[in-house]
Design a protein around this ligand. Structure first.
Ligand SMILES: Nc1nc2c(ncn2[C@@H]2O[C@H](COP(=O)(O)OP(=O)(O)OP(=O)(O)O)[C@@H](O)[C@H]2O)c(=O)[nH]1
Ligand SMILES: Nc1nc2c(ncn2[C@@H]2O[C@H](COP(=O)(O)OP(=O)(O)OP(=O)(O)O)[C@@H](O)[C@H]2O)c(=O)[nH]1
Ligand SMILES: [Mg+2]
Ligand SMILES: [Mg+2]
Lengths: 292, 277
């Protein structure tokens, strides 16, 4: 792992009291490789390592740590800081129904996350209603209705309506009548480069005036994370990120890439297929995971 | 890259960036860059415009002798098992392959062995109708091995040409779920000698280096005979298959390039590698 690699790098340099330009060079190379192996984007890794170099050079090595551990400490602190220093909760302020939109690529976990969020909010005494706005994927509406039944949360769906825009505006009316204070809108997976479908999302945004547009991203996403996230953010303006499938063994470097390129907070992580598998995001845990 | 007069540090950095951002991964990229550096050192390569061509050939070598074709007539019923982690495109890819085979005149049967996920069976049933092929299914929560067993009994009796089996997405790290998959494979083998004839691991082109861990574990536990790379219609290059082929020597059989029934193509290394650059 990285600690072992760095300790090896510094083995020949022990007894030195300071981190210098020279002994840092090789160490930072190992850090950059670790980040790339963890799927952090090429440019993000480069910038990150440059920032670490700035911070590290000239630093006194604490007597309680090896130089390798000292570098890891700096890296961990910086990575944790970048990932988001404190948990940012959902924005639920305003006149009901509060709208939360879930968007992202195909298969990232939006529909499942919608139900997890609904269960999470219901536990906190909210009255959420999910909206089945994916009219494209076979049995998508079926899927959301089934999940809604599992957690006893209402689902607004219209099997005869082919326009997500109409479904969403009707859902607003339904929520008001039905006494739901939060609407969780599940949208169809789409490519960030699909102009028509991205415009559809913009229309849904106008109709829903959502408090949150959550970008749902797969923790195992590679270098492409930067392209996708920046496109969704620039076209829609996302307010937060949910990183799913964290129960696998992906290092999750996409988290840093997405955070760096959008500046938006990671609010939750998905940790399994069951509907209670939604956790608050802890930047320090994510940092250790990325560094491996 | 082509504007350079000589192969220097900057050019190698540019190439490193192209390979890494295409998801080839650190190890494969280092191997390729070392190979280039060595050729330059031995004066066998000194023109920047030849560099890209050299790299393309080196990458294509990783796919060498890994045939993309599947001979669906080599067994009857020819049984293909689809496996992979959650959300990568297994169910949709089965639909596409079924459509392709049906248009080649084959009698195809789909098996809805994902008895776990909400509306998974309904999703496959819908696709079966669109593709014009039958789907064998039971209730949600049924034992997937039992569904497979019954489907194969029927396939043999009715002389079906090709059976495509859909399984639930699962993390390769979950021991009990991998055991479930192993049991499905055993049941297939008991019912049809020599089956499954193909075990296709479905990988999402947007996946990063975790694809290697997925491939390793599925291969170790199940044995895989081919890869199916989906979502290449996005901006991801899918370079992860280079690392997987390099290490496991498993061929890429098909690529998925969209969400409709025609969006499945046989894998072509030349086209794939060109797109990386
Ligand atoms: N292991 C694991 N699986 C997950 C998680 N979140 C979602 N899934 C699974 O990932 C697969 C895809 O989830 P969906 O909710 O259908 O994804 P989606 O984004 O709605 O997909 P599209 O609507 O087709 O774009 C399903 O098998 C889910 O059970 C998670 O945190 N962990
Ligand atoms: N753009 C694009 N989308 C794809 C492709 N293949 C599948 N999809 C989409 O990816 C999403 C997930 O596909 P599924 O077939 O449900 O994936 P799966 O592996 O069966 O998912 P689970 O059974 O939940 O594990 C759907 O929205 C599909 O339409 C592809 O090649 N390109
Ligand atoms: Mg969905
Ligand atoms: Mg499926």
């Amino acid at each position: 792992n990285l600690t072992e690699k760095l300790n090896r790098v510094f083995k020949t340099l022990r007894g030195q009291g300071k981190l210098t330009e020279k002994n840092i060079q090789e160490a930072l190379r190992e850090v950059r490789l670790a980040l790339l192996e963890a799927d952090v984007h090429y440019k993000v890794a480069k910038n990150f390592v440059a920032a670490i170099r700035e911070r590290a050079i000239g630093q006194e090595v604490l007597s309680s740590l090896t130089p390798g551990q000292q570098v890891i400490k700096i890296v961990n602190e910086e990575l944790t800081r970048l990932l988001g220093e404190e948990a940012v909760p959902l924005d639920l302020m305003g006149r009901p129904p509060i709208c939360l939109m879930l968007v992202g690529l195909q298969g990232s976990g939006k529909t499942t996350t919608a139900a997890k969020l609904a269960a999470h909010l219901k536990k906190r005494n909210h009255r959420p209603c999910m909206v089945a706005a994916d009219v494209y994927r076979p049995a998508a509406i079926d899927q959301l209705i089934t999940l809604g039944n599992q957690i006893d949360v209402s689902v607004y769906a219209d099997l005869d309506e082919k326009k997500p825009e109409k479904i969403c505006s009707d859902a607003l009316g339904f929520a008001r009548q039905n006494g739901n204070n939060i609407l969780i809108v599940d949208t169809a997976g789409r490519l960030h480069i699909d102009t028509e479908l991205m415009e559809e999302l913009q229309r849904l945004k106008e109709i829903l005036e959502p408090n949150e547009i959550l970008f749902v991203a797969d923790a195992m996403t590679g270098q492409d994370a930067v392209n996708v996230a920046s496109e969704f953010d620039s076209e829609l303006g996302i307010t937060g990120v949910v990183l799913t499938k964290m129960d696998g063994d992906a290092r999750g470097g996409a988290a840093l890439s997405i955070r760096e390129v959008t500046g938006k907070p990671i609010k939750f992580i998905g940790t399994g297929e069951k509907l209670d598998a939604l956790e608050v995001f802890y930047p320090d845990r994510m940092s250790s995971r990325i560094l491996g | 890259v082509l504007g350079k007069k000589q192969i220097d540090e900057d050019l190698l950095d540019e190439l490193e960036e192209i390979l890494i951002t295409a998801d080839l991964g650190v190890r494969t990229t280092q191997e390729l860059i070392s190979s280039v550096t060595e050729k330059v050192r031995r004066k066998e390569l000194n023109q920047p415009d030849k560099l890209k061509e050299y790299l393309k050939e080196e990458i294509k070598n990783y796919f060498f002798n890994l045939p993309a074709e599947i001979d669906f007539s080599s067994a009857k019923p020819f049984v293909t098992l689809f496996i992979g982690v959650n959300g990568v495109g297994k169910t949709t890819s089965i639909a596409k392959l079924a459509y392709m085979l049906k248009n080649e005149g084959k009698e195809v049967m789909l098996v809805a062995a994902d008895t776990f996920r909400a509306a998974a069976i309904e999703q496959l049933v819908h696709w079966g109708e669109k593709a014009g092929v039958e789907v064998v299914r039971q209730k949600i929560g049924a034992d997937p091995s039992a569904v497979v067993f019954d489907a194969l009994t029927s396939a043999v009796a009715r002389e079906i040409d090709v059976v495509l089996i859909d399984t639930a997405g699962r993390m390769h790290t979950k021991v009990n779920l991998m055991e479930e998959l192993k049991k499905i494979k055993r049941v297939i083998g008991k019912k049809v000698a020599g089956a499954p004839h193909e075990v296709l691991l479905v990988l999402d082109a947007t996946t990063g280096q975790n694809a290697l861990s997925q491939a390793r574990l599925f291969s170790e536990q199940l044995g895989i005979s081919g890869l199916l790379l989906t979502k290449l219609d996005g901006t991801a290059k899918g370079g992860i298959v280079v690392g997987v082929c390099r290490e496991l020597k498993v061929p890429v059989k098909y690529i998925g390039v969209g969400e409709t029934l025609d969006d499945l193509h046989p894998f072509e290394p030349d086209t794939f590698v060109d797109a990386i650059f």
